[in-house]
Write a protein of this length. Sequence first.
Length: 306
Amino acid sequence: MGVRFKGWGIAVPDRIVTNDELSKTLDTSDEWITERTGIRERRIGGSAKSLGVLAGQRAMDDAGVTAGDIDFLVLATTTPDRIAPATAPMIANELGLTCPAMDVNAACSGFMYAVRTAYGLLETGNKRILVIGAEHLSRWVDWSDRNMAVLLADGAGATVLEYDANQTDLMSFCLGADGAAADLLTCEHGGFFQMNGREIFRRAVRVVVDSSEKAMATAGITADDLSLVIPHQANIRIIQAATQRLGIEMERAVVVLDRYGNTSSASIPLAFDDARKNGRIKPGEYALLTGFGAGLTWASAVVRWS
């Protein structure tokens, strides 16, 4: 079976918050944040719904499809607008969709979990799936906590996946979860995001490397065959450590966290869209999409761009 990416779209809030602005209220500095995270600025505002609607519409426009062409909407989000109902049906309504719609929460692995879910839906007879990763993380940030306030941001990215009988963009997947590590990155009802940064770093590098190697093996390629690595945009040091262990030069990694910060399930589509718009991936070339998130979850996939 073949599945192709037919269109992409992103949405980020207009409000830009720089490191210098944060340093006015936090015991930090632009130099400290940039050195430890790679983030220089982030976008703040909107909601999972509003950002998801805009990214979804742009993806549909890019794919040349209308609301009636979409058979299913899968929204990846850690920050739904409400506990209930799910945000996906509200986004579907705004887009004029009449198809099924549901949320998927796998934290920062969410977009790849949603893509894998869409792949399965296409296997069962659907023709086109709209996949969106949308986050309003700033709503759940304690802005006096310099460890989290400098990291998290808002944004959305979307893609239209379409069944194709003759070729495929998705060559392999490797997904996983370890609930024993659930307390390392949490956000309780009515609370704020909290993280054991040191342990998350250690485990994140390990699961990204392991799942990436398994995804490449399943696809029948090696790291040398990759044109790009499109990682979850959590922290530049995690990206550097993972690519080094995979034997991949940083020049092949797509990095947009300097502009967008950590947008959880929106980060991989934001990075993929950037690579596509800048001509960094060409037909026939391979890209590795890989990420990790609270849960602990992880997800990697090999794409052959068509």
